[in-house]
Design a protein. Structure first.
Ligand code: NAD
Length: 382
C-alpha cells in the first residue's frame, strides 16, 4: 500500500506533517512511502535526509496524489487535490470541518475515506493520536513567549539596587490543554498567574501549577462527555464578563483560549474590558480564527487598541514548528499504525473501532459525523 505525503499548500505554514524520525515507523508497517520533493524545506530538512530513512522523493505531486492509497497531510487539502484522489483512498489530516463544509462535501463525493484529526476521540488510549492536544499545548507555550516578547515589562520579580520590579500579572481565560501549558510557562517565567474556566473541575489543576483559580458564579455550567465546555447562555456570559473586568484591568498579559466544540468561540473580553487595561499591556487571543474571545482581535494580525496590543495569530504552534511537526508526525503515524492491518499490509478501516468510528468523517460517499452532516445538508438546502 502506498502512502504519499504532499507539501503543505500554504507557504506560510512552517510545520510539516512528517519528519525523518517518523518515516521508519510507517515503513516498519510494510508501507511504501512517497514524499513530495521539498517537504521539509521550512524546517531546513533536506530531501536526502528523508531519503536516507527510506522514503521515496517524488516531484510529480499530481501523479503521486492520483496513485496513492493513503495521503497524509497537516492542514486541509485544496479542493482540486481531492478531485485527483482515487476512489476509496484514505486521507488523514486536520480538516477544520465545521468551517469547511464544501471541502467535507467534496471528500464524500470523491468517495474518499477522510480521517479527520480534530475528531479523534478524547480517550486515554487515543491521546497519542490527539493532534488537537499536541498542537494546543505548544500554542499555549508560544502564546506566553510571544506576549513576553511584546510586552513592555519583565515577567519575573526582580530586586535590584535601583528598586524592585513587581512580577507581571498574567490572566489566562480557558484552562484546557493550551491554557494549562500557558499557565505552566508563565509560572516558569516568574509571573503571577490567575486563571478562569467555566468548568469548575479545572480548579485543582490550576492550583497544582501554582496559579490562582478565579471563581465566578455564573450558575449551572458543565462539560460534554468528551470533556468540552458547554456553551453558556448570553446572561451567563454577561455575568462572567462583569466579574472578569477587574482581573483584566489588573493584568499585564491576558491570554484567552476559550473554545466550544463545533461552534464559534465565546466572546468574553469586551471593548470596555480592553479599554480598562493599562496601555502597553498585551492580549493573546488563541481563538481569533474561530470567532475570537476578544472584541477587536483580528485573525492573523496584531492590532493596538487604546494602547493595548491584541494578538490574534492563529498558527502559534508554527512558532515552534520543529517540535510541533515532531508531535504531529507522531500523532498521524500512530493513527495509521492503529488502522493498519499487519497481515494485509494495508489500512483496514474497522467501523466498530471507537477511534476509526469517531474520526472517519467521510466514507463510501457518506458524511458520517452527525453535526457536520446536518450542517452540510442545511447549507445545501439554503
Ligand atoms: P477547548 O480547546 O475546547 O477549550 C479551551 C478551554 O476553554 C476549555 O477548558 C473550556 O472549558 C474553556 N471555555 C469554554 N468556554 C469558556 C468561557 N466562556 N469562559 C472560560 N472558559 C471557557 O478545550 P481542550 O483544550 O480541547 O480541552 C477540553 C477538555 O478535554 C480538557 O478538560 C482536557 O483536559 C480534556 N482533554 C482530554 C483528552 C483525553 O482524555 N484524551 C485529550 C485532550 C483534552
Amino acid at each position: 500500500m502506498r502512502i504519499f505525503v504532499p507539501r503543505e499548500a500554504n507557504p506560510d505554514e512552517a510545520r510539516v506533517p512528517l519528519i525523518p524520525a517518523t518515516v521508519q515507523k510507517l515503513l516498519a508497517l510494510g508501507a511504501e512511502l512517497q514524499i513530495e520533493q521539498g517537504l521539509g524545506q521550512s524546517l531546513f530538512i533536506a530531501d536526502e535526509v528523508y531519503e536516507q530513512t527510506g522514503a521515496m522523493i517524488v516531484s510529480d505531486r499530481r501523479q503521486a496524489l492520483a496513485e496513492a492509497d493513503v495521503v497524509l497531510r497537516l492542514n486541509k487539502p485544496e479542493l482540486e487535490d481531492i478531485a485527483l484522489l482515487k476512489r476509496g483512498a484514505v486521507h488523514a489530516s486536520l480538516l477544520d470541518p465545521f468551517r469547511n463544509l464544501e471541502l467535507v462535501t467534496a471528500l464524500a463525493a470523491a468517495q474518499v475515506s477522510a480521517l479527520c484529526m480534530e475528531l479523534i476521540p478524547r480517550t486515554t488510549y487515543a491521546q497519542k493520536m490527539d493532534a488537537l492536544s499536541s498542537q494546543a499545548s505548544l500554542a499555549g507555550y508560544a502564546a506566553v513567549i510571544l506576549a513576553a516578547e511584546r510586552i513592555d515589562k519583565a515577567l519575573p520579580m526582580m530586586t535590584t539596587p535601583a528598586g524592585t520590579i513587581a512580577p507581571a500579572r498574567v490572566f489566562i481565560v480557558g484552562v484546557g490543554v493550551a491554557g494549562l501549558q500557558a499557565i505552566a510557562t508563565a509560572k516558569r517565567l516568574g509571573a503571577r498567574v490567575e486563571a478562569y474556566d467555566t468548568r469548575p473541575v479545572v480548579e485543582e489543576q490550576v492550583a497544582s501549577l501554582g496559579a490562582k483559580f478565579v471563581k465566578i458564579d455564573v450558575g449551572e455550567t458543565g462539560q460534554t462527555e468528551q470533556g468540552y465546555a458547554k456553551a453558556l447562555t448570553e446572561e451567563q456570559l454577561e455575568l462572567q464578563r462583569q466579574a472578569m473586568a477587574r482581573f483584566c484591568a489588573n493584568a499585564d498579559i491576558v491570554i484567552t483560549t476559550a473554545q466550544l466544540f463545533g461552534r464559534p468561540a465565546p466572546r468574553i473580553i469586551t471593548a470596555e474590558m480592553v479599554a480598562g487595561m493599562r496601555p502597553g499591556s498585551v492580549i493573546v487571543d488563541l481563538a481569533a480564527s474561530t470567532g475570537g474571545n476578544v472584541t477587536g482581535s483580528q485573525p492573523d494580525e496584531e492590532v493596538i487598541v487604546g494602547g493595548v496590543r491584541i494578538i490574534g495569530l492563529s498558527n502559534l504552534p508554527g512558532h515552534v514548528a520543529r517540535d510541533a511537526s515532531q508531535m504531529y508526525a507522531s500523532n498521524i503515524a500512530n493513527l495509521i499504525e492503529h488502522v493498519w492491518d499487519k497481515e494485509a499490509k494495508a489500512v483496514a478501516l474497522n467501523l466498530e473501532d471507537e477511534i476509526v468510528s469517531g474520526s472517519l468523517l467521510t466514507h463510501q460517499g457518506e458524511i458520517r459525523e452527525p453535526m457536520i452532516k446536518e450542517l452540510t445538508e442545511r447549507t445545501e438546502a439554503s
